[in-house]
Design a protein around this ligand. Structure first.
Ligand SMILES: NC(=O)c1ccc[n+]([C@@H]2O[C@H](COP(=O)([O-])OP(=O)(O)OC[C@H]3O[C@@H](n4cnc5c(N)ncnc54)[C@H](OP(=O)(O)O)[C@@H]3O)[C@@H](O)[C@H]2O)c1
Length: 313
């Protein structure tokens, strides 16, 4: 049996529960492919899962390999793999929750992955799927954002936020975003029309009549957001559905959602990247062996953009 290196957790806890192991290389079934992973990005869901703070992963599910998005090269194909997915081709993907990308090989389903943009290296291409699809599905599927509308994005400098700012600008919306003072120029560089330092200024004093608030922060930030929406506006959150009673009380709508793998939407995002309208910002790259350090960095250092693991790139 051929084996590979992978990082698993056997218990919930701090970064020290991330342990390197030798596991069997997975096999492709039906329409799946097995990829040799070049890079995998680190997302907040990874450290929340590791810490036991992500309800979808329960103690009975352990041990698990973490890591939801990957870029790699197709190593082998299942018997019914889509014609477009051929051995030796590059691919990037948002994996379903049942597999992890902190590994040398992983199975990708046809509905999850597509060829990465030609103008990105594997590190940048691994940074795109989860954060990019979260931003896309939040703004467009949930929020129905259209050209000419006004959107406030809370947390515009983070992994999801910096894609949301760029997608909203690319669709022709007016974009305001809340960030730390150190990140004001970072989001302006992505085209934000209005960058608000949330530590210095109340966003209610800076914006109003928004069609959409895209909330990546929750708590008090979410609660205060009803005040800046126009009647009939919508508050979309990645952190659970906004309070339905409050939405009714304000005459607004609220929506919460979980980002889903979607190869077709990933291709649309890749098209914007190839057209030069969107670019992923990678703040730090760590070797796979330093995954615990990568978790500490993302969890505590207030980075902007994305954190990526170099597996073989
Ligand atoms: N539902 C889903 O499917 C889904 C998918 C992806 C992500 N998420 C969740 O969405 C959240 C954002 O994800 P991410 O990947 O973008 O995280 P991230 O990369 O850690 O970015 C979070 C950003 O928010 C900033 N921030 C913190 N407090 C803020 C505040 N009060 N106002 C404005 N900005 C603030 C942080 O910078 P400073 O600390 O320097 O201000 C950072 O730039 C996470 O909680 C994640 O778990 C959910």
């Amino acid at each position: 049996m051929q084996t590979m290196k992978a990082i698993r957790i056997h218990a919930f806890g701090g970064p020290e529960v991330l342990v390197p192991e030798e596991l069997p290389i997975p096999q492709a079934q039906d329409d799946e492919v097995v990829i040799r992973v070049l890079a995998a990005s680190v997302n907040p869901v990874d450290y929340k899962t590791r810490a036991g703070r992500y309800p979808a992963v329960k103690p009975a599910d352990l041990p698990v390999v973490l890591g939801r998005d990957v870029c790699g090269v197709i190593e082998s194909c299942g018997t019914r793999a889509h014609n477009a997915l051929r051995q030796g081709d590059p691919i990037h993907a948002l994996l379903g929750r049942d597999r992890g990308g902190y590994a040398e090989y992983v199975v990708v389903k046809a509905t999850e992955g597509t060829a990465p943009p030609r103008n990105l290296d594997p590190i940048q291409a691994a940074a795109l799927p989860l954060a990019g699809l979260t931003a896309w599905q939040g703004l467009f599927d949930q929020g129905g954002l259209r050209q000419g509308q006004r959107v406030l994005i809370h947390g515009g400098a983070g992994g999801v936020g910096h894609f949301a700012v760029q997608f909203a600008k690319a669709c022709g919306a007016y974009v305001a975003t809340t960030v730390s003072g150190k990140d004001l120029d970072f989001v302006r560089g992505f085209g934000a029309d209005q960058a608000i330092d949330y530590k210095e200024e109340r966003f209610e004093a800076a914006v109003r009549d928004m069609d959409l608030v895209f909330d990546l922060i929750a708590g008090e930030t979410q609660d205060r957001s009803w005040a800046v929406l126009k009647p009939g506006g919508i508050l979309v959150s990645t952190l659970g559905p906004p309070d339905a009673a409050k939405a009714r009380q304000h005459g607004m709508r609220g929506a919460g959602y979980m980002a889903q793998p979607n190869a077709a939407q990933l291709r649309e995002i890749d098209g914007l990247v190839e057209a030069g309208k969107v670019r992923p910002a990678v703040e730090r790259v760590f070797p796979l062996a330093e995954v615990a350090e990568a978790h500490r960095f993302l969890e505590t250092s207030h980075p902007h953009g994305k954190t990526v693991l170099r597996v073989a790139a």
